[in-house]
Design a protein around this ligand. Sequence first.
Ligand SMILES: Nc1ncnc2c1ncn2[C@@H]1O[C@H](COP(=O)(O)OP(=O)(O)OP(=O)(O)O)[C@@H](O)[C@H]1O
Length: 221
Amino acid sequence: MVRFSRVGLRYPEGGGAWALSGLDFMLEPGSFTWLLGPSGAGKSSLLRLMHLSLRASDGEVEVLGANIARLPRRALPALRRRIGVVFQDYRLLPHLSVFENAALPLRIQGIPEARLTADVREILRWVGLLERADASPSTLSGGEQQRLALSRAVVARPALLVADEPTGNLDDAQARRVITLLREMHRLGTTVIVATHSEVLPVEYPAAALRLESGRLVSHG
Ligand SMILES: Nc1ncnc2c1ncn2[C@@H]1O[C@H](COP(=O)(O)OP(=O)(O)OP(=O)(O)O)[C@@H](O)[C@H]1O
């Protein structure tokens, strides 16, 4: 599903420093994995490699059966469509309604209107936002905005779901609700990886964990 072999990353603006180095791990199909580590450890960088926003400077990254370094550029958009991404800062489009934010991946794929409406309504019901479908995202609470971001990430039924600190700005109750939804996606068969610097959530929701420190994997289990 996902395989990193001796992966290293240097940012062009990073003055030659390795943000990540020597990463070796696999995510099995259908697994749920916590990505742990202190601020600056490299969690977002690792996830950017996984959701194909960056290319590795060293080693090999394989995602959904594709070796990214050998993949022709024209094949990237189709592969990206099979990966759902949830960002800490939501990245919602303020000029679109809740419905249209959730619908975005399906619009990009040109899904016919009747199926799109049915799928978006189903996903908004799942995250508890169907009644707010016509609202502007700016009128939602932080937890609601994050649940909307999650609905957009999963509406096209991705094989891989990558969540970068999805609970970072939320209170405990909202954070648990978002994690419960992520766990449910996992239960339905999606491979899920969730970065967090919370020490509490991985204890409450035990699962496999990768732990990063200073760009290196210090434990995997
Ligand atoms: N765009 C960038 N250009 C240069 N260096 C970067 C860039 N983004 C991140 N870095 C560096 O890479 C290292 C890892 O950062 P990253 O954001 O991946 O860590 P993180 O574990 O996600 O931190 P946080 O929990 O605070 O989000 C840090 O040293 C950071 O300064």
